[in-house]
Design a protein around this ligand. Structure first.
Ligand code: DGL
Length: 267
């Protein structure tokens, strides 16, 4: 990767505003890097489309980021990762990091009770998640929970309140007789409504996302390939783009990013 310019930005893609939850952790551990975020709020949701369509949309979005000039790519979307990560890794010469539901920490906590994986219908249907589930099936009762409709509310900036909690309650109906130890957030939109999820499932249930794992993986790849920015240059820049309504999406992304960066969480 000697011919990649380490002064370029890191591209971050999601089908909408959900990837902002990942971007917050990327900025936390790589504060001096520049980032270019793209949310395809025009074509969202990807999670209820067919996989071919989601792959085509993801490729078009990545082409947009490549034209801006990037040294690494984060697919900050579980759905787009399931649909396109293999193709992207074959195609691109820059490091590519994707998302997958954080089943490992949930299962390894060894607590009593089932592990629920909330995600889009596509993520749960695709091979990537099914092989992951196969790996841990022996060690825990894993319950995939498709959550259609949730992403649309979050895209409207609805992060709490009756509408969000009613939908969460309704989606959790199949779990009503289960004792649940943890809920894995297998869609990058869901950490944005973590408080509402915690309220619905109760304080004793652990809510887990894979965002910091992804951020650490990117840091490792940048270091390993000599692509980290020089230290001491100060805070990096952030540019935000969308294929959707810029006037609406960009202020919402800025607001969500501030909220996520101000959340006090262990790193
Ligand atoms: N944020 C995306 C994910 O992580 C899902 C949104 C969509 O359905 O497009 O799966």
């Amino acid at each position: 990767m000697e011919n990649i310019d380490r002064n370029l930005a890191i591209g971050v893609f999601d089908s909408g505003v959900g990837g902002i939850s990942v971007l917050a952790d990327l900025i936390r551990i790589l504060p001096e890097e520049d980032f270019i975020y793209l949310g395809d709020c025009l074509n969202i949701p990807y999670g209820t489309k067919d996989v071919e369509e989601a792959r085509k949309l993801t490729i078009a979005a990545v082409e947009f980021l490549l034209e801006k000039g990037i040294k690494a790519l984060v697919i900050a979307c579980n759905t787009a990762t399931s649909a396109a990560i293999t193709h992207l890794r074959d195609w691109l010469e820059i490091p590519v990091v994707g998302m997958e539901p954080a089943l490992k920490p949930a299962v390894e906590s060894g607590e009593d009770g089932s592990v629920v994986v909330m995600a889009t219908p596509m993520t749960l249907r695709e091979r990537k998640f099914n092989s992951l589930m196969e790996k841990y099936r022996e060690r825990a009762d894993i319950i995939p929970l498709p959550c259609p409709g949730l992403v649309e509310l979050i895209e409207e900036g609805k992060l709490e309140g009756e509408e969000v909690e009613n939908l969460l309650e309704q989606l959790s109906l199949p779990l009503k007789d289960k004792r649940i130890s943890s809920v894995v957030l297998g869609c990058t939109h869901y950490p944005l409504i973590k408080d509402a999820i915690q309220r619905v499932y109760g304080e004793d249930v652990r809510i887990i996302d894979g965002n910091m794992g992804t951020a650490r993986q990117l840091k490792r790849l940048l270091d390993k390939n000599g692509l980290s920015i020089d230290k001491g240059r100060g805070k990096g820049n952030l540019q935000i783009f969308t294929f959707g309504d810029e006037g609406k999406v960009i202020p919402l992304c800025r607001l969500l990013l501030d909220t996520m960066l101000n959340r006090k969480e262990d790193i």
